[in-house]
Write a protein that binds this ligand. Structure first.
Ligand code: ARG
Length: 459
């Protein structure tokens, strides 16, 4: 039986029925739908719409149903119900007969679906927050064990100034900290219960929506039913958090792909997370990272899609809103998989200390130090920059790093340069000087690591 049988004479067209159904994807909300239904039955009892015996019977049947689907939720897909709400109702009626038909009193699928979806988002946000922390913990382990690894830092993909591998790890920890706090923000705003909003203008039954909200773990009930049934801001916020975080993961992946390339050769990825070529026996490809880099696209796609679905959508509920789910479910799974995969990749990298250091030495990444040295000797920075540039040009011509140039060569460009230049342009000296907050100096990095660890190990 359809949910609206009375008003209709003819049967739905098969094609329409198939087009209209959402069970194939909203079945994953079964647990939430049952949880919300149990709370709803309790509020119906409180409001004397059903009696105690009836409520207990409904609750027991729903708990039983929950157990059944916990074992195999895919069974739901065998049904030809329109959506998860009608499926739960149908199964309830199968179990307890006519009484099951009382549960929908005062409720609409419009407030049900957004309640279910909010409950699902809350559950999933906690999993995501946990995995962000796990990834940060993995990065901090890498940071701690690679403080001594000096490598070139890049701008424009050109060797710019020396950094350490630890420092690189800390940069991604920062991004993930912002991802974490963005998710916490989403959680804060979505934590209100739409249940009891009815179809669009509230429920005509005397129902304490605040008690209902608290029983479902929400902070409070929503304020306006018209808004509540059509609000999907939380989906947009969650997808935009997912998009930003996926962008971070894609950048991390790209960095590692580059570090792993034959050209950079700074790290080696283990066999566990790479694949070979069917044709070229020498290949070991960073597939996991390339996939993370690419999967960012589908998450952006879902964000754009839901933004467009909601644009100009008139109040209040419209079936358009059914399109909120597939993109969200897919993107959240993708994001979570990518967080887990990034953790695995970072467990499986070996850093080649010597090659990293050599690359830092070769790229004239200490040219800024030379300019700063000349400033200390009294030149303006512009003059110092110009002279350093000339010296770098010379060094490139003779194919030598700066520290291999003789003092007499430095003198061609400036007599201010003395023997102490050599200790000033070592890689270590480049690092140590950047002592101000956020700088690469080992002392700063140590302080940051301690700070981050304190925060992470609270969880
Ligand atoms: N499957 C629907 C959705 O996802 C549930 C709500 C249906 N409401 C309605 N008035 N047709 O949005």
């Amino acid at each position: 039986m359809t949910l609206w049988g009375g008003r209709f004479i003819d049967k739905s067209d098969k094609l329409f029925k198939k087009f209209n159904t959402s069970l194939s994807f909203d079945y994953i909300l079964a647990e939430e739908d049952i949880t919300a239904s149990i709370s709803w039955s309790k509020i119906l009892l409180k409001s004397n719409i059903i009696n105690k015996k009836e409520q207990i019977k409904i609750e027991h049947a729903l708990i039983e149903l929950l157990q059944e689907i916990k074992n195999n939720s895919k069974n739901i897909l065998l049904s030809n119900c329109e959506d998860i709400h009608s499926w739960v109702e149908e199964k309830l009626i199968d179990k307890i007969g006519e009484l099951g038909k009382k549960l929908h009193t005062g409720r609409s699928r419009n407030d049900q679906i957004t309640t279910d979806l909010k409950l699902w988002c809350k559950k999933i946000i906690h999993i995501l927050l946990n995995n962000i922390i796990k990834l940060q913990k993995r990065l901090i382990i890498l940071a701690e064990s690679n403080k001594h690894v000096i490598m070139p830092g890049y701008t424009h993909l050109q060797r710019a100034q020396p950094i350490t591998f630890s420092y690189w790890c800390l940069a991604y920890i920062e991004m993930l900290t912002r991802d974490f706090s963005r998710l916490e923000d989403v959680l804060k705003r979505l934590n209100t219960s739409p249940l009891g909003s009815g179809a669009l203008s509230g429920t005509a039954w005397k129902i304490d929506r605040e008690v209902l909200a608290l029983s479902l773990g929400f902070n409070s009930a929503t304020n306006n039913a018209l808004d509540s049934v059509s609000d999907r801001d939380y989906v947009i916020e969650l997808l935009s958090s997912a998009s930003i975080s996926m962008m971070h993961l894609s950048r991390l992946s790209e960095d590692i792909i580059f570090f792993n390339s034959g050209e950079a050769n700074f790290i080696e990825l283990s066999d566990a997370i790479t694949s070979g070529s069917s044709l070229m026996p020498q290949k070991k490809n960073p597939d996991a990272l390339e996939l993370i880099r690419a999967k960012c696209g589908r998450v952006y796609g879902s964000l754009v899609s839901i933004l467009v679905v909601l644009k100009s959508l008139p109040l209040s509920y419209n079936k358009d809103l059914q399109e909120d789910k597939e993109g969200l479910f897919d993107s959240i799974k993708t994001w979570n998989d990518c967080l887990c995969m990034t953790i695995l990749v970072l467990k499986n990298i070996k850093i080649k200390y010597d090659i990293c250091r050599q690359a830092a030495e070769e790229g004239y990444s200490n040219a800024t130090e030379l300019a700063d040295y000349l400033v200390k000797k009294g030149l303006t920075f512009r003059e110092a920059h110009h002279i350093s540039g000339q010296i770098v040009l010379h060094a490139i011509k003779v194919q030598k790093p700066l520290h291999a140039l003789k003092l007499s060569t430095f003198h061609i460009y400036s007599n201010l340069i003395e023997n102490d230049i050599y200790q000033n342009i070592t890689l270590e000296s480049c690092l140590e000087k950047r002592i101000s907050k956020g700088g690469v100096a080992p002392h700063q990095v140590d302080k940051e690591i301690i700070k981050v660890k304190k925060r992470l190990y609270v969880f």
